[in-house]
Design a protein. Structure first.
Lengths: 114, 109
C-alpha cells in the first residue's frame, strides 16, 4: 500500500526557532513536494524536488529551505520560524514524467509558531 | 495569471445529488484533478480528466470541457461520509498543479 509519512502531526514552536519537518515515502517516487494549506487558500507549493539533491522553488519559498539527500526523504526547514508560518504543511510524492501522475499525500503537520 | 475558482461551501441532503463546479485559467493545460479531503486528513485522489467528456467512477463522476475551462464533480446518492472538502487542481504546461481553495461539502440527514 502506498505510503507517505510525516514526522509529526502537531508541532508547536517559538518565534526564531529552527524547525525541521520530515517526509518519507516508500513508493520509490522521483518527485516530492512540500505544500502549505491555509483556510480559504488553495494548496500553495513551497518547494519540490525531481531527484536526489535536486530542488526547485515553488510559489512561496521565502523563509523555507529543503533537503533531499535520499530518494525517499524530503525535509522542509524553517530557518527562523515566524508566526506567519503557522499553517498545515503537506508533503506529497509522485512518479516522474509528463502527464497523469497522481500525487500521494502525507497526513500533514499542523505547525503553530508562538 | 493562473487561477482556479470553485465555490467555498455547499450543502446537500443525504441521498441526493450534488454538482461541484470548477473553472480554471492556466498557462497551458495537461489535465484536471479532483481530490477529496476529510477534515484533518490528507487529500486523496478522486479523478483525472484530460479529454472532454464525462468519466464515471461509481457514485462519483467528473466532467471536463477544455474549450470552456470548466469541470465539475458529480456526487450521487450522497452519504454522510461524503462530507469533506473537494479540491480541484489543474496541471499547467510545466506539469505543475494549480490548486483551487476547495469546496467544503456539508451533508445533512
Amino acid at each position: 500500500d502506498v505510503k507517505v509519512t510525516q514526522s509529526s502531526r502537531y508541532l508547536v514552536k517559538r518565534t526564531g526557532e529552527k524547525v525541521f519537518l520530515e517526509c518519507v515515502q516508500d513508493m520509490d517516487h522521483e518527485n516530492m513536494f512540500w505544500y502549505r494549506q491555509d483556510p480559504g487558500l488553495g494548496l500553495r507549493l513551497i518547494y519540490f524536488s525531481y531527484d536526489v539533491k535536486m530542488k526547485e522553488k515553488g510559489d512561496i519559498p521565502e523563509g523555507y529551505s529543503v533537503s533531499r539527500e535520499k530518494k525517499e526523504r524530503f525535509s522542509l526547514i524553517l530557518e527562523s520560524a515566524s508566526t506567519n508560518q503557522t499553517s498545515m504543511y503537506l508533503c506529497a510524492s509522485s512518479l516522474r514524467g509528463e502527464g497523469y501522475n497522481e500525487q500521494f499525500f502525507g497526513p500533514g503537520t499542523r505547525l503553530t509558531v508562538l | 495569471g493562473q487561477n482556479i475558482d470553485q465555490p467555498t461551501e455547499m450543502t446537500a441532503t443525504e441521498g441526493a445529488i450534488v454538482q461541484i463546479n470548477c473553472t480554471y485559467q492556466t498557462s497551458g493545460f495537461n489535465g484536471l484533478f479532483w481530490y477529496q479531503q476529510h477534515a484533518g486528513e490528507a487529500p486523496t485522489f478522486l479523478s483525472y480528466n484530460v479529454l472532454d467528456g464525462l468519466e464515471e467512477k461509481g457514485r462519483f463522476s467528473s466532467f471536463l470541457s477544455r474549450s470552456k475551462g470548466y469541470s465539475y464533480l458529480l456526487l450521487k446518492e450522497l452519504q454522510m461520509k461524503d462530507s469533506a472538502s473537494y479540491l480541484c487542481a489543474a496541471l499547467d504546461s510545466n506539469y505543475q498543479l494549480i490548486w483551487g481553495a476547495g469546496t467544503k461539502l456539508i451533508i445533512k440527514p
